[in-house]
Structure formats: C-alpha cells, structure tokens
Design a protein around this ligand. Sequence first.
Ligand SMILES: Nc1ncnc2c1ncn2[C@@H]1O[C@H](COP(=O)(O)OP(=O)(O)OP(=O)(O)O)[C@@H](O)[C@H]1O
Ligand SMILES: O=C(O)[C@H](O)COP(=O)(O)O
Length: 480
Amino acid sequence: MASVAASPAFSLLRSTGAAATRARASLLPVPSSKSIISTRPPLGFSAVLDSHRFSLHVASKVRSVRGRGSRGVVSMAKKSVGDLSSADLKGKKVFVRADLNVPLDDNQTITDDTRIRAAIPTIKYLIDNGAKVILSTHLGRPKGVTPKFSLAPLVPRLSELLGIEVKKADDCIGPEVESLVASLPEGGVLLLENVRFYKEEEKNDPEFAKKLASLADLYVNDAFGTAHRAHASTEGVTKFLKPSVAGFLLQKELDYLVGAVSTPKRPFAAIVGGSKVSSKIGVIESLLEKCDILLLGGGMIFTFYKAQGLSVGSSLVEEDKLELATSLLAKAKAKGVSLLLPTDVVVADKFAPDANSKVVPASGIEDGWMGLDIGPDSVKTFNEALDTTQTVIWNGPMGVFEMEKFAAGTEAVANKLAELSEKGVTTIIGGGDSVAAVEKVGVAGVMSHISTGGGASLELLEGKVLPGVIALDEAITVTV
Ligand SMILES: Nc1ncnc2c1ncn2[C@@H]1O[C@H](COP(=O)(O)OP(=O)(O)OP(=O)(O)O)[C@@H](O)[C@H]1O
Ligand SMILES: O=C(O)[C@H](O)COP(=O)(O)O
C-alpha cells in the first residue's frame, strides 16, 4: 500500500530498500541560464517502485537524488530553490549558505574564483525574483576572529559577477547585522562576515543557529563543499527556518554525484587514484557495487601489487592494507567488475622533480626505485577500456602530477575524459586533486560535471548521507 502526499510546488521522494534500487533518473535543465559547473543537461525524474507495484511520475520541477545510507538505499529528493516562485520570494529575506571558501594569496587576492562563480546562479535567481539575500559562508579554518580570514576580499568579485553592489557586514549576527538586513532592498545582497569566527558554528550550537536564522524568512543551502559538515549554518538553521531548500549548485552536485552514479548510462567506468588505498576504501567499495569497469592508479596501486606478490621497491605501500587489497580484487571478480591495474609504471630513484626516471613493467620495479606514475602501456589499455563507456567518474590522480616528470598518466586521463565528453559520454570529476589536474590540462570546461567539493564529494561517493542535505525539506513524501 503506498500513499503520496505532495504539494504542487514542492515534492519529495523517499523510499528505502530494494524498491529504490529500481528507481530511474534522467537529466533536466536547472533553471539558471548557463552553468559554469556543467555542460550537460541536468536531471528530470521518473521513478518506478515496481517491487511495490507502485509507479510515480514526478513533475518536471522535481529534483531527485538517491544515496546509500547506513541502513540501505535512501532516496533524497529535496525541495529546490527553483521550486520557489517570485510570489514565494518577493520581499522575503533569504539566508543563503554558500561555500565561498576560495584560495587567497598573501596579498589577499583570490587565486581561483570557481566557488564564487558556482554560487552565482542561485543568488541571481533569488535577486531576480525580488528576494533580499543574506549570504553566508566560511573561509578557511579560523580560530576566533582572524583578519586574514575576513570575507572583505570576496566583495568586489561577487559584486562584479552579480552586477550589483554587494554590501558586507562586519559580523554575522548581532544588532549591526540586523540593521543592515532591515535596510536591504529587494534584489539586494548582504554578505555576512565569516561564520567560523564563532566557535559555535562548528559546534552546531542551537542558540547560534537560532540567531543566524532570526535574520531571515527562509533558507537556501547551496554550500555543497560544506554539506558534509553538520554546522550551525549548514544544518542547525534548518530547524528554525522553513522552507529550507537546496540551491542549484547543491542540487546539481547531487544529481551527478548520486543520481548519475546510481543510475548510470552503461557501461560505467570509475577511475580511482590518489596516494593511499586507506583513504579510498569506502569509495572503491561503493563504486564496485555500481560500475562495470574500475581503473586504479596513483600511489595505492603498489599495495595491490604487493598483495599479488610483486616487488614494489620503495614505492608507497600500506602494509596493513594488503589483505584488504586482496579482498577488493576478489570482490571485483565476484561482482563481474573489470578491475584494471596499471601494467607498467614510471619509476624514480627519489621523490623529487629532478629524479632519474624510467618506465618499467609492473613486475619490474627494482629495489631503490619508487613508482610515481602509470606508464604508457597502461594509458593505452585504460584508454581502450574508457572508449567503451557511456559514464565515467574520476577521483584521484594517477601519479605525482604536481611534478612534470610524473604528470603524464594523470594528464592522459584528463585528455581522454575531455575527448569522451565531447562525444556525449557523461564525465564526472569527483573533486580535489582530480579537479586541479583537469584545470591544469585546460579541459575543465568540457567535462559534464566538476565537483566543487573535495571532502563532500568523497563522502557522497562513499555512499554517505550529507548532514547539510538531509536537513533540507523534502519534496514528496512516499510511504510504501
Ligand atoms: N605513485 C604515487 N606515489 C606517491 N604519491 C602519489 C602517487 N600518485 C599520486 N600521488 C599523490 O597523491 C596525492 C593525491 O592523493 P589523495 O589521496 O589526496 O587524492 P585526493 O586528493 O583525494 O584525490 P581527489 O582530491 O581527486 O579526491 C597527490 O598529491 C599525488 O601527488
Ligand atoms: O574546502 C572545503 O573542502 C570546504 O570548504 C570545507 O572546508 P573544511 O574542510 O574546512 O570544513
């Protein structure tokens, strides 16, 4: 027996267990104009919960994403800011939590404004609909009020991108902020000072959350990069502000990192690299449940080699993860996943940009040498495997790409994904160093989706539910 309670404007789908595994999702446009995060059309939704003989076709406005929680598959479809009309927004004070945690150099100049540009569609939508935007973010990890973590350097770029003069408060709560909010015009934006200047933010202190919430009428969370943190401005405020909805960036991240990965166009390949297998166990295990092909690179491969009895010289190895590596290989086999380890590697005589280096087969690493990149044969084999795919997700570099001598493998993957993306393959870059690599190669613009979250994307790919997402209002309630 299934019952559905839905409002025309907001919808939520929640389902648990095997029923949800048969849900299907396809891509629909986000109501903002051109996205800087993605070049692909985003998700529409149609779900068939057929084990319960229940069919649900959701209206085009609904955004739905699914994640695997600790107790089975959980469907998370959240109310979206796009579901709020100008009647809902005009004259309303909207608390927008963004992740504007951008890198600044010693002169307080922004060195990468990606996160600011990514937050613009939501803010623009709100101001275009007559809302008064109270914008909040953290910057860095300050302990108390720290001038070098002030948000002042962000104001000019925000103003330029929004085409309006953004005001800034010197605090994020208190009387001065309240009076600035009171004088905010419709379509105006007030940037609050770094919310982490208060220790209560990271403690998710309810009184602090209440003070933040008291500034506004409703809440939009667009801070994907911080959605894995249960902080006052990401989670606590939702208890005091209704509706609490997802911004376009947050929604798009979920659409790709959960939606496209859970219901991929197949064949679906995952490429996982990075330094250590221990930091990627959760991701590998989770992706093994979903992908057809798994390509491994980076420092972690040497633990797999050693587990298979190969010599690894002085390469990075986690001795306590040898059994785990063996069990992951066995799991891939049992699941019919084609797991490819590099067949050759670039080895070096020291960990340095000017090291002597050579290419050797995986079975030919001598004592005194360490593997710092995948070799050309591996690139060829990986490319052939990737040529068969329709969806690819990539997390973690193939080698020490920060050093030119050991960057070829990572750059080859970046270029291959760009080529595939141009042919219509869905290509998702899962945050952190892989994003840095595609940017370095200059192919970021052609990928289907580049995540703005490092830790958050990793947690999502591990199948964890993010506190900043789960706290948002749901769109349609389905009780099965
Ligand atoms: N063979 C290797 N030996 C030692 N370090 C390596 C090797 N291959 C890659 N690395 C290093 O791994 C680091 C990235 O690993 P890490 O586990 O942090 O991945 P990651 O940052 O999580 O990836 P992403 O950010 O894309 O999720 C890079 O700094 C890179 O130099
Ligand atoms: O840069 C990030 O990953 C996010 O802004 C979160 O920052 P944090 O790791 O300091 O919470």
